[in-house]
Write a protein that binds this ligand. Structure first.
Ligand code: CDV
Length: 313
């Protein structure tokens, strides 16, 4: 089947971030984000995707007895006074964005959250990270901590999708991208564009043998998710060496074919763009991955009925 031209071509930008220092003020970070928003808009982008926890350093690398001691890394309102300029710029430039940040709710819940903002600067969707990796307690044997499970609650809101930007848009955050269920949940709602931000340290303390494969695994799971669900996937890193910890970059925009059509080449602030033809999804959704015709949910009971592995006797 050949690719056909269509009206629903959305130029999407992945706005990769380099490191954010622990003492970098929000206002300085928002200036960096706004500069990338403006760059992307100048290149004709309609939607700009920023990474996970894009307003602060990746603070779960540090242990604190009382998590509220790190509340300064969290947002209690969005937009707030320091983030409002980003929303204003989006409205003035007529470009939407997705932004990851740490959310502290009025009733004291903490989530690893991403919002989707439209071209008028209005928040149209909110996603809270479902798969929270790492550990709850201090593990001093590690060269640095990954305490997301101490700082964030798992969201039970799942993977909704929204009609936005002339298509069906979903979001996921970092570790969510490694799980096939993430993409399938959205695929079953017809998703056409999945936006994913990530902070992935190169060093994986529980099994350092995986360090050299970080780049491969990053693209492997997102490319498979795109292809197996006939959807675009935009994966955006906060990369480079932040507070002594090296993180993966290699942000990528992936077509429904599973092919990478744009990839960042640096480990710093960098904008890449691609024209995402949302109608291209149909080539996969209506052929090899015609779910209505070929899926067999009656034999997939373990997927939702069971959590861990049950081996045979
Ligand atoms: N921020 C993340 O979710 N990071 C995880 C690491 C800890 C493995 C990831 O899946 O990239």
């Amino acid at each position: 089947m050949t690719r056909q031209s269509a009206d629903r071509i959305v130029r999407v930008a992945a706005a990769q971030l380099g490191p954010i220092a622990s003492d970098e003020p929000r206002t300085a970070v928002v200036k960096r984000l706004t500069a990338m928003l403006s760059d992307a808009a100048g290149r004709g982008a309609r939607l700009v995707v920023f990474p996970e926890l894009a307003l602060t350093t990746f603070f779960p690398r540090w242990y604190t007895e009382d998590v509220s001691g790190h509340d300064h890394y969290f947002e209690t309102e969005m937009p707030g006074p320091e983030t409002q300029p980003l929303f204003d710029a989006a409205r003035d430039l007529g470009v939407g964005f997705a932004l990851g940040y740490a959310e502290l709710t009025p009733d004291n819940h903490r989530y690893n959250t991403t919002i989707l903002v439209d071209e008028a600067g209005a928040t149209v969707a909110k996603f809270r990270k479902v798969h929270i990796p790492g550990h709850e307690d201090d593990e001093p044997w590690r060269p640095f901590q990954h305490l997301e499970r101490r700082y964030f609650e798992e969201s039970n809101e799942g993977f909704p999708v929204w009609r936005a930007f002339d298509g069906i848009v979903g979001m996921a955050t970092c570790n969510d991208r490694r799980w096939p269920e993430t993409y399938r949940e959205m695929g079953l709602q017809g998703v056409e564009l999945v936006l994913i931000g990530y902070n992935t340290p190169i060093h994986y303390a529980p099994d350092p043998g995986q360090n050299a494969l970080q780049g491969f695994h990053n693209h492997l799971c997102m490319q498979a998710g795109a292809y197996q669900n006939g959807t675009w996937v935009v994966g955006v890193a906060k990369g480079g060496t932040e507070e002594g910890v090296e993180s993966l970059a290699q942000s990528a925009i992936i077509a429904p074919s599973g092919q990478i059509v744009a990839q960042a080449v640096s480990t710093g602030d960098e904008v890449i763009v691609a024209d995402c033809d949302l109608d291209w999804c149909r080539h996969y959704k209506e052929t090899l991955f015609d779910f209505s015709r070929y899926r067999r949910p009656e034999v997939y009971g373990r997927i939702t009925g069971q959590k861990g592995v049950i081996e045979p006797d």
